[in-house]
Design a protein. Sequence first.
Length: 182
Amino acid sequence: MPSMPQPIPDDQDDTSEAKEIVLGVDTHKDRHAAAVLSTLGVLLSSNDFPATAAGYRALLAWAGTLGILRRAGVECTGSYGAALARYLRAAGIEVIEVNAPDKATHRRQGKTDPVDAQAAARAVLSGRASATAKAGDGPVEMLRGVHVGQGLRGQGPHPGHQPTRKPSWWQPTQPCARRCRT
């Protein structure tokens, strides 16, 4: 005897998974390339945004129009992607550190920023990238600032002199509100 179809309870609704998206970001000094994939790995859209506070807001708003964003794979969360990672984390999104694609992938698919952003999202989907991005605001970051400050001493015309500008390798890690152009 065939059974009657039963309504699906709200707590077992499987339509929310179809709406979930994953963001992948290839970070650079001035611009970030972003790609959004469905949980099935289908590319929904890609775009690029300025690496500023306004750009981060636009990126998050753009991704929000495509679905529910819970996870983001971001390259270089310790340098160019640090401020973006903090911004996304503050918005309640799980930020996952993604390594740059290997050379074999670049040979097969080409080296373009949108392809790298897609690869970041795919690494999150597949589980290949699973490390939570560095927070950049704890005791380790404080010690980093002290260590760098001590390393800069004595680089001026006389011992103890503090140089007036930071060395070229210095990457600012302050929150975006303090350092980003809007």
